[in-house]
Each structure stands twice: as C-alpha cells, then as structure tokens.
Ligand binder design. Sequence first.
Ligand code: NAD
Length: 357
Amino acid sequence: MGKYRLAVISGDGIGPEVVAEAVKVLKKVGETYHHEFEFREVLMGGAAYDACGTCFPEETLEICKQSDSVILGAVGGPKWDSLPGDERPEKALLKIRSGLGLYANLRPAIMHRALSEACPIKQEIIGDSFDIMVVRELTGGIYFGDRGYRTGRYGEEAFDTESYSEFEIRRIARIAYDTAMARKKKLVSVDKANVLESSRLWRKIVTEMNAEYPEVEVSHMYVDNAAMQLVRNPGQFDVIVTSNMFGDILSDEASMITGSIGMLPSASLGEGAFGMYEPIHGSAPDIAGQNKANPIAAILSMAMLLRYSFGLKEEADAVERAVTEVLEAGYRTADIAKAGETATGTKEMGARIVDRI
Ligand code: NAD
C-alpha cells in the first residue's frame, strides 16, 4: 500500500470537468489496490488570475514542489487573451515546467483499434493500429533562448535563438533511450542537421550515446521528412526524440492522426520520480461547461502517472484496460462519435471507466 500526495491544477474551460473524472479514477484505483491518494487543489491560469491577480501564484509552485506529482487540466481562454504576453495563462505553463525542472515531455500517440474509423488517414496506410511515443525536450531551445528586437538595415527586426547544450541533449536523449528500451527498442532522433548547428550537436550526442544502448536501433531524420513520414507511414515509428519546437509541432501532428485530441495523455518529467500529468488538449472554451468534453486524455494521463512516477504498473494497466473496454463497448463522447450516434457525456464516460477498474 502506498501513500501519495498530489497537487491538482484543474485550470480553465473544460479543465475542471476532465480533471474531476481523472480524480475519480484515481480514487477507485486507491480503493481497489489499497493506496491512499491525497489531493490538494491549487490555482493556475485564468482561474488564478481572477482569484488573485496573477496566473502563477507563488504558492502554486511551492505546493507542487511539496507534492509527489502534479495533475493539470488545461489553462487559458478568450477571457484572458488580452493580458500582456508575460501575464497570460499560457506563460504560467512555461513557468511551472521550468520551475519544477520538467525537461522531458512524453506524449504517446496511440490509435485504438475501436476508433480506427476516426483516423483521418486511409486504413490501408495506417493498418490496424499504431503506437508512437514522442519524447520532446521541454525547457530548452528556441522557446527559452535569447530573444528581442533590434534595428536592422531594413528597419525593426525581431529574433529568437535556438541553442542547446551538451548537458540538455544528453539528459533528454537518456530518457528517450530508456523509453525505447522499455518498448520496441527503435529510436528516431529528429533534427535539422543539414541547416542548424544546434541540430548537428544534437545528432552527434544522440549517436555517441548509442554505445551505452547497443540494443536500441537508432536512426536520424530531418524534421521536414519526419512530418511527412508521420502521415505516410506512422507504423514505422516507435520512439521519436526531438527538440522543444520540433516536438511541439510533431506531437500535435501525431495526435491528429489518431483521430481525436481528446484521447491523448502526456507526462512531463525531470530528475527522479516527480512528474506533471496532463491531457494534451487545451481548455476547449467552445464546449466548456456543457458535459461534452472527452475525459479519456485526462484519465489516461493518470495511467501514465501511476506507471512513470509511482511505478504501479498493474494499476496503470487496469486504467488503460478500462478505457479500451469502454470504447469497445461502443461508448463515445461527441468528439469521437460518428454522425448520428448518440454521444456519451463527460460524467457518464468517467463513471463507465471507473466501473471497470
Ligand atoms: P483546444 O485543445 O482547447 O481545442 C481545440 C479543439 O478540440 C476544440 O474544438 C475543442 O472543442 C476540441 N477539444 C479539445 N479537447 C477536447 C476534449 N477533451 N474533448 C472534446 N473536444 C475537445 O485548443 P485551442 O482551441 O487552440 O485552445 C483553447 C485554449 O486552451 C487557448 O487559450 C489555448 O492557449 C489553451 N491551451 C492550453 C493548453 C494547456 O493548458 N496545456 C494546451 C493547448 C491550448
């Protein structure tokens, strides 16, 4: 029996709706497998701005640091879009990732057999199913590099800088190699080494580290080719490792080919067992408060939490199995339902998954 403390950031829009279902799933796991989960709700994003005038209260980071891991819904929405860049909810996301030292983002893109009709790619291309893990560097590269404005020859110029240290590349590559070892042992490192110096260092270090993981078959792909291969033959990929910006784009592309953004979880990891777990989707203001959101991405994020931070494999498998069973039984939220099919609401979908754990 384990005892685990979790900081819960429900956030904005559909965040609180999907997190509520994820928390119910963890409570059921606790009852079934005799673990104790303690939840502490903390504010971030628009909800925090409305309550205390900042999207990232200091207390939030402190409570997260005192917890064993963090559960996040989603933040942001039109209500806060006019705030200055540095005060916006989305900036709080960058701050919490770097404040908690979460430098690796793991995003599985799995197409469930039961949902193959929701995939926008022809069946003969994708086959029965695919299962890709994108490992994205999260606290370096162009999103964190030097930036600014200057006056150039042709007037005002803006610049952003892509920069990676050997240390940053090594630690993300290690997570990718370890992830590949636990899967099919195939790693594709994505870069733009034909143009970028930072990519050439990236490629050199990933190649060198292969000596420590001789069982892993590693290959390199330019990002433009990777974007194409993902829609041409997604089944060729097992684990992909890439930089912050390339990973941002490719993981969204990988999620789209699975059929729905409402299905995909993510984990952000640093040193040790601590992690932050969240669905990949945003706050979906267009459907917020209507019991329409798909809670499966948030629920599968709990399976990742159990697996990666708490080492509870059996419990993680039970959550994933419950999701598969509910889909195979034909339940669909509106985002994955076929035209004319009756959609299951957020709460009912959550309850049906809980029942099967
Ligand atoms: P979004 O992911 O919120 O929504 C895109 C589309 O997908 C919408 O049509 C939405 O209804 C649908 N959708 C998303 N999640 C769904 C779910 N669980 N079930 C059913 N349908 C779902 O992306 P967006 O519209 O670009 O962004 C909305 C807000 O969320 C913005 O303020 C954005 O900055 C923010 N955002 C936050 C995060 C985060 O907190 N990690 C991530 C992305 C976007």
